[in-house]
Write a protein that binds this ligand. Structure first.
Ligand SMILES: [Zn+2]
Length: 88
């Protein structure tokens, strides 16, 4: 039996991976990856997915134009509410 991380099984490494990434550690620097191409590829895939997720969920400021449209729509509503069409 050995606790040499180079001899760690892929399953053990992959079980550790979310913790490694979550802790902010450099998962790519893990010794298992120095000897395991499979897990290097897995980590690369995970990083691509994480990067894609960041790009799919950007924090976007609505353009000024959109706010103007919303404002004018609200103003129109207020005007029509204040001036009902059927005054008797
Ligand atoms: Zn591995």
């Amino acid at each position: 039996m050995t606790h040499d991380p180079h001899k760690m099984s892929c399953a053990a490494f992959q079980a550790l991976l979310p913790e490694l990434i979550g802790s902010g550690a450099d998962a790519a620097a893990h010794p298992h990856l120095q000897s395991c191409e499979l897990c290097r590829a897995l980590l690369a895939d995970l990083e691509i997915i994480a990067e894609a997720a960041r790009q799919l969920l950007p924090i976007v400021e609505p353009p000024d134009e959109l706010w103007e449209q919303i404002e004018s729509a609200i103003r129109k509503d207020e005007i029509s509410a204040a001036q009902p069409e059927h005054l008797s």
